[in-house]
Design a binder for this molecule. Sequence first.
Ligand code: DQA
Length: 137
Amino acid sequence: MKIQIINGPNLNLLGKREPGIYGSEGFESFFETLESKFPEVELHYYQSNVEGEIINKLHEVGFSYDGIVMNAGAYTHTSVAIGDAVAGIKTPVIEVHISNVYAREEYRHHSMMAKNCKGIITGFGLQSYELAIRSFL
Ligand code: DQA
């Protein structure tokens, strides 16, 4: 089982960025925890602040991997292009968010990719990623 995690803009600042909303743990250390929790899964992690690079990664893994767990950050709410990429690939995508986007500003309530995702997990902190991986298993 091969799963790609994709994090979008500003998620490289996890741990430092608005810790009251996103927590105080960086993704690199959390990724090690994930790897130890799922030794049977080949887990890959990619982060980019650049919309086109996220699309390139979706194209690269989207015809061969078993699952993609994607937190597209603010692009979730704005990017027609990432939404189109999710629609165009074969690998199922689960959209995840650390915060509960529905408890926040209204502009975070819409997702450009949700309708082409297998499901959405939002509001469970970093555990959202873990729940998404479990769902693929
Ligand atoms: C986020 C929610 C988005 O609205 C926001 O722009 C982010 C992070 C989350 O994980 O809660 O960057 O995707």
